[in-house]
Write a protein that binds this ligand. Structure first.
Ligand code: CA
Length: 223
C-alpha cells in the first residue's frame, strides 16, 4: 500500500511517514498543496492524507480538482479545523474521511486501513487466496495453518498481490504500490522479492498448487 502525505508541518508529516513505514506502507511526502497535487495526479496511491491549510494550493481545492479529473484515490483530511461546517465542506469537496488534530496515530492508521480496504473485503480483516491468508492488521500470514514469517517488503508485496487476486499486475504497478518515489528500484528488484516470496509461500507446500504465477511479458498473478 502506498500513501501520499500532503502536510506543510514537517514534524507532523515526517512522524506520520515514519509510523506508516513501520507498518509496511510505502510513503511519499510533500510540504505544499501544488507539489502534492502533481504527485496525486500522476502517481498511483492507495490513499492520501491531506492537510487543509497548505501553501500554494489549499486542501479543499486539491480535493475538488482531483475529483474533477476523475481521480478517486481515497482522501483523508487531517486538519486543525474541527468545526462541523469544516467537516461538511471537506467531505463535500470529495474527501472520504476527516480527522481533527491533535490526533492519535493508532486511529489514523485504522482509518487508512479502512480506506484502503476494497469494498468486497470490507467485512473481513483477512485476505484469503485458497489456503493462504494474510491479516493486514496483525501482519500474520498463514498457509494451511502454518505460520509464515515475511520481511515488511515481502509482506507489502504479498498484500498487494492478494488485494488484486486473480488479476495480472505488472512490475510497474507493483513498484508504484509497494515502493515510494525515492526508492531506487529496478524491475529486477521485483523479481528478487517475488523469488523470495515463492520460497516462503509456495516451495514448502509441495503438495499444493503454486499460488504465485508468472505471466510472461505481463507480470504476476496470485490465484
Ligand atoms: Ca497546514
Amino acid at each position: 500500500m502506498r500513501v501520499l502525505i500532503v502536510e506543510d508541518e514537517h514534524r507532523i508529516a515526517n512522524s506520520i511517514k515514519k509510523g506508516l513505514e513501520q507498518e509496511g506502507f510505502a510513503v511519499d511526502v510533500t510540504y505544499d498543496g501544488e507539489a502534492g497535487y502533481d504527485l496525486a495526479a500522476t502517481e498511483e496511491y492507495d490513499a492520501i492524507v491531506l492537510d487543509l491549510m497548505l501553501p500554494m494550493l489549499d486542501g479543499i481545492t486539491f480535493c475538488k480538482n482531483l475529483r474533477r479529473e476523475k481521480i478517486h484515490t481515497p482522501i483523508l483530511i487531517l486538519t486543525a479545523k474541527g468545526q462541523i461546517q469544516d467537516k461538511v465542506t471537506g467531505l463535500d469537496s470529495g474527501a472520504d474521511d476527516y480527522m481533527v488534530k491533535p490526533f492519535s496515530f493508532e486511529e489514523l492508521l485504522a482509518r487508512i486501513r479502512a480506506l484502503t480496504r476494497r469494498p468486497k473485503t470490507s467485512l473481513e480483516t483477512s485476505l484469503t487466496v485458497r489456503t493462504l491468508s494474510l491479516n493486514p492488521r496483525t501482519f500474520e500470514v498463514e498457509r494451511s495453518q502454518k505460520s509464515i514469517q515475511l520481511s515488511s517488503k515481502e509482506f507489502a508485496l504479498l498484500e498487494y498481490l492478494m488485494r488484486n487476486a486473480n488479476k495480472i499486475v505488472s512490475k510497474d504497478q507493483i513498484i508504484a504500490h509497494v515502493w515510494d518515489y525515492d526508492s531506487d528500484i529496478l524491475p529486477n528488484t521485483v523479481e528478487v522479492y517475488i523469488k523470495s516470496l515463492r520460497t516462503k509461500i509456495d516451495l514448502p507446500f509441495k503438495n499444493e498448487k503454486s499460488l504465485i504465477q508468472t505471466v510472461r511479458g505481463f507480470g504476476y498473478k496470485i490465484e
